[in-house]
Every structure is written in C-alpha cells, then in structure tokens.
Write a protein that binds this ligand. Structure first.
Ligand code: ADP
Ligand code: MG
Length: 240
C-alpha cells in the first residue's frame, strides 16, 4: 500500500535520506527504528507531504506523493499522522478536537462528525472525558485523543512518530494498548518507536534506519532477536 523506491531527501546540501527502498503492505504494521538523527521523522514527513523529497518515489496505492498544493490536501486525508507532542487544539474539548477535521476537511455534518467522534473516543477508552479540554487530561489521555482524531479522518494508513516518547512511563502502556488494538483491526501503520517489546509483539516488519539508509529490514522477530548487522546489534543493545 505504501512503497518507497530509492527515496532521496536533502535539507540544502545535507543529505538526510540516501536511497530508501521499502514496502508496507495493506494492514501491516511496520516499525521504524534507529538512532536519533537517522532520518526517521523525515521519512514519515515525506509520506504525508509535510516535506518534499528530491529523487525516487513514494507511492500510496500507486499514487505518487508529491508536495504540490492540490494533491497534498487529498493526501493528508488518506494518511494521518500522530506526533510525539499531541498537538491538540487547546481551546477545544476532546470531542471538538476529534470533530474538527471531519467537519472542516471532509465536510461531514456536525451531527455525523459528533456521532463518529463519540464512537472513536469510546474506542480509545475516553467516553468519560469527551467534554474535557486538553489541559485537564493526562499526557496518555491527550495522546489517545490524538489517535481518535487521526482515525476520524478515516485514513488508509496512520503514521506514528514516537507516540510514547513524551509520556510519563506509567502512561506508555495505555497508548500502546490502543495502537495494538488498531493493529489487530488491520490498520496499516508505520510506527517510529523505541519500544522494542511493542515492535517485537505487534510489528509485521521492522526497518532499521541509520545515517539515512535502511541498514536492515525484515520480519520483526528476526531483526529484533537476531540482528545481522553490527549497527543494529549496537542500537538494540543500547535501547533494550
Ligand atoms: P530522527 O527522526 O531519526 O531523529 P530526523 O528525520 O528528525 O531524524 O533528522 C534527520 C537529519 O535531518 C538530522 O541530521 C536533522 O538535523 C536534519 N533535519 C531534520 N529536520 C530538518 C530541517 N527542517 N532542516 C534542516 N535539517 C533538518
Ligand atoms: Mg524523529
């Protein structure tokens, strides 16, 4: 469903992605791991058009991603993103945050958007918190609202950029649990994470990125328990 063919990306003359090749099948969960600065966020941002890339192709169901204004709008409704910092609108309740995209971008009626938002907030365990403002929610709850908001766009895939890195440790589990349930429902997901246990249990495949190149990729269990490359081995030793 998402394919990367020789993707190159530079900021000025600083080359950040150096020929990325990978495939993400429909309904698959792919975890993207690697050291800080290796290009993980940049790669995700290229998928939903937040960044341009200079060479190669990123295809979503055979449609080429490019950052041209007219296609970008359509693209963002096909692929949602969940960030490390939850980026909720502070002046809107949880429910209003989830309704915002469907009403303003998808042009759903308020009644439909509300009904769907209520279902989604219930699904992420927040039926009691729908009318709360972000400031009255814990980090874990805010991130679950952010996931509900991403789902509200009825995306074909969701990209997660270190969704639990900004959370206090006791809140990591509740967010991973929501992601795990999405995986069980066969949502297509690319997840940048340092949660190796989660990757081992949930991911179909793992990509290890280092210095803008995929050094190793394969079945999650293989890569994470029996890494072939020294750099992957080093990295896993440091994060686990
Ligand atoms: P990661 O998410 O793996 O930590 P990033 O994709 O954020 O890595 O960054 C990869 C490289 O690109 C780093 O060297 C970073 O400094 C550089 N970089 C990221 N964003 C920008 C930007 N907007 N302008 C210039 N350089 C950037
Ligand atoms: Mg990053």
């Amino acid at each position: 469903m998402i394919s990367f063919n020789n993707v190159h990306k530079a900021y000025g003359d600083h080359e950040v992605l150096k020929g990325i090749n990978a495939e993400v099948g429909k309904g698959q969960v792919v975890c993207l791991i690697g050291p800080s600065g290796s290009g993980k966020s940049t790669l995700l941002r290229c998928v939903n058009g937040l960044e341009e890339y200079q060479k190669g192709d990123i295809l979503i169901d055979n449609d080429r991603v490019n950052a041209e204004a007219k296609s970008i709008h359509a693209l963002r409704t096909r692929v949602s993103m969940v960030f490390q910092r939850f980026n909720l609108f502070p002046h809107m309740t949880a429910l209003e945050n989830v309704m915002e995209g469907p009403v303003h971008v998808l042009k759903e009626s308020k009644a439909d958007a509300r009904k769907h938002a209520e279902e989604l907030l219930t699904r992420v365990g927040l039926s009691e918190k729908m009318d709360f403002y972000p400031s009255a929610l814990s980090g874990g709850q805010q991130q679950r609202v952010a996931i509900a908001r991403a789902l509200a766009m009825k995306p074909e895939a969701i990209l997660f950029d270190e969704p639990t890195s900004a959370l206090d440790p006791e809140m990591v589990g509740e967010v991973l649990q929501v992601m795990r349930s999405l995986a069980e429902e066969h949502m297509t997901m690319i997840v940048v994470t340092h949660e190796i246990q989660f990757a081992r249990e949930v991911a179909d495949s793992v990509l290890f990125l280092d210095g803008g190149k995929i050094v190793e990729q394969g079945q999650a269990r293989e890569v994470l328990t029996n890494p072939q490359h020294e750099r992957t081995q080093d990295f896993l030793r440091r994060v686990t």
